[in-house]
Design a binder for this molecule. Structure first.
Ligand SMILES: Nc1ncnc2c1ncn2[C@@H]1O[C@H](COP(=O)(O)OP(=O)(O)O)[C@@H](O)[C@H]1O
Ligand SMILES: Cc1cn([C@H]2C[C@H](O)[C@@H](COP(=O)(O)O)O2)c(=O)[nH]c1=O
Ligand SMILES: [Zn+2]
Length: 200
């Protein structure tokens, strides 16, 4: 069970760390990010939230979960923009982290080294089941890593893969249930096999 590592007094000064929330699509990453950020706000901590500007799926500014929870955020084109926009906040939330470039790692480490609690949510794997963007590196340097799981829409099992239902091989392809479904390992591999056989 995940023990929230930040009860008690609002933190200032030299108390920075990195938390990563990862998993497949529909696994509850955004819900969990919003939950942690709301609690930080209740603790009267100064919170800033960012997402990549390219993620315009639900809303240009808000971070929105698949079950319609939302929190307002600042879209940024580049992770380095975060450093310019944080002011003197104590907690930084970042959603859809897989879309940022490699500068994200240094940005998160710099923030944490300077006393900021950094909570990063993102896909750990892409539609091919391969590690996605800076997520693996962030998991390596984070103090706390939480992997959340969806329900496999094929068999009801524990899903950790995002299966792409359409033909595109583009790494970045925004979408929802028309384009992706959460699958367990078995159903993900079966789908890939079926796809390869269909193409042959
Ligand atoms: N296959 C699924 N497994 C689990 N939850 C799902 C599934 N499909 C839709 N949902 C909904 O998605 C919500 C999680 O949404 P969200 O936090 O946005 O996930 P993520 O950010 O990981 O994509 C769940 O609470 C549930 O209402
Ligand atoms: C697997 C995969 C996903 N994407 C896109 C699809 C969605 O727009 C986001 C993930 O959103 P969520 O909050 O985790 O549901 O990423 C992609 O571009 N490439 C992929 O391989
Ligand atoms: Zn399954």
């Amino acid at each position: 069970m995940f023990i929230e590592p930040h009860f008690g007094t609002p933190r200032t000064g030299a108390n920075g760390w990195i938390e990563v929330v990862c998993g497949s699509m529909f696994s509850g990453k955004t819900e969990e990010l919003i939950r942690r950020l709301n609690r930080a706000a209740i603790a009267k901590q100064r919170v800033e939230i960012f997402k990549p500007a390219l993620d315009t799926r639900y809303h240009v500014e808000n971070i929105v979960s698949h079950n319609d929870n939302f929190i307002s955020s600042t879209p940024v084109a580049n992770a380095t923009d975060i450093l310019e926009k944080i002011g003197n906040c104590q907690v930084v939330g970042i959603d859809e982290a897989q879309f940022f470039g490699e500068e994200l790692l240094d940005v998160c480490v710099t923030l944490a080294n300077n006393g900021v609690r950094v909570i990063v949510a993102g896909l750990d794997m892409d539609f091919m089941g391969k590690p996605f963007g800076q997520m693996p590196a962030l998991m390596a340097v984070a103090e706390f890593v939480t992997k959340v799981h969806a329900i496999c829409v094929q068999c009801g099992g524990v899903a950790s893969y995002s299966y792409r239902l359409v033909e595109s091989k583009e790494k970045f392809l925004l979408g929802e249930t028309q384009i992706y479904e959460a699958r367990c390992r078995h159903c993900f591999v079966a789908g890939q096999k079926e796809h390869t056989e269909h193409q042959a």
